[in-house]
Design a binder for this molecule. Sequence first.
Ligand code: CP
Length: 292
Amino acid sequence: MQHLITTADFTNEEILKLFDDAKLFLDLSSNSLLLGKLIVTLFFENSTRTRSSFEIAAKRLGAAVVNLEVQTSSTKKGESVEDTVANLNAMKPDAIIIRHRDCGLPASLIEHVDCPILNAGDGTNAHPTQALLDLFTIFEHFDGEVNNKKLAMIGDIKTSRVASSNLELLPRFGVEPILVAPEHFMPKTDFKKVQFLKETIDDVDIIMSLRTQLERHEKIYYKSLEEFGKDYCVTSQSLGDRDILLLHPGPVNRNIDISDEMLKDKRCKVLEQVRNGVAVRMAILKKLILKQ
Ligand code: CP
C-alpha cells in the first residue's frame, strides 16, 4: 500500500510518470477511471484550494467523495483522530485525505487504515501535493528544462509546510532554492540565504512568494502585515522587466506578499498553479488508488 505523506514517498521516476498523467488530465475533463471508488476528506484546518481541488479531481475521475464536516463530527465529543480515521476506514473508502495542524499526524494514521492516506498538509511539516503541483507548473513553464534553474523563495519560510516540501523536492530535479527572508523567518538549512530580494533578483528564474503564517507564530514579529510587506511584497518595481516566473501557493495576502499589479501580470502564474493542482491531484489519486 502506497501513501503520500511527504514528497519523499515518490521517486523522481514516479513523479515524472505522474506528470505525464497530469498533462493528459490538464483539460480537466471528466472520465470514469475511478468510477465506483469512494474518497473521504477530513480537513481539521481551513482550506479553499486543496480541499476543493481534491474533491474536483476525484469527481473528474468519476469517484464519489464524502467530506467529513469536522465541526459537526464526533471529534467534538472527544473522539481521537486515530479512532475517527479507524471508524471511517471500517466503511471501506478507497482513500482518505487529511489536513491537520499536528506535524506527523497523517504518518501516524497509516497503521489504522487499509487504504492510501494522502497528506493535505500537517502543521509546518509537509504539503506534498502543493509542492508537486508547484514543480509541475515549473516543468510546464520551462518545457521540462528545469535543471539549474534558480528559485527565490521569499517570505515566512520557517513556518511554511509548502516551503518544507518544496525544499525537499525542487533540488531533486536540479532547481536551486535561494531563501529570502528576515532572520526570524529563515529555517536552519544549508541553502543559500539572503535578507532581501534585491540581493538575488538578477540571479533567479523563479520567485515563490509565501504567506506570512500568523496563525503559527508564537510571538509577534511585526507591528502589522503592512510593515512586513514594505520589505517583502513582490511588486512590479522589484521585478522590473525581468523574465521571471512568479508563483504563490495561496492564499495570497494582496499587497503584502504580491502587489495587485503583479497579480495581474502575465509572469504571475498563481491561477495556473491552481488549475494544474487539479490535474496533478487527479494523477496522484489514479496512482494511489489504481496503483498505476
Ligand atoms: N495552497 C493551499 O494549501 O491553499 P488552501 O489552504 O486554501 O488549501
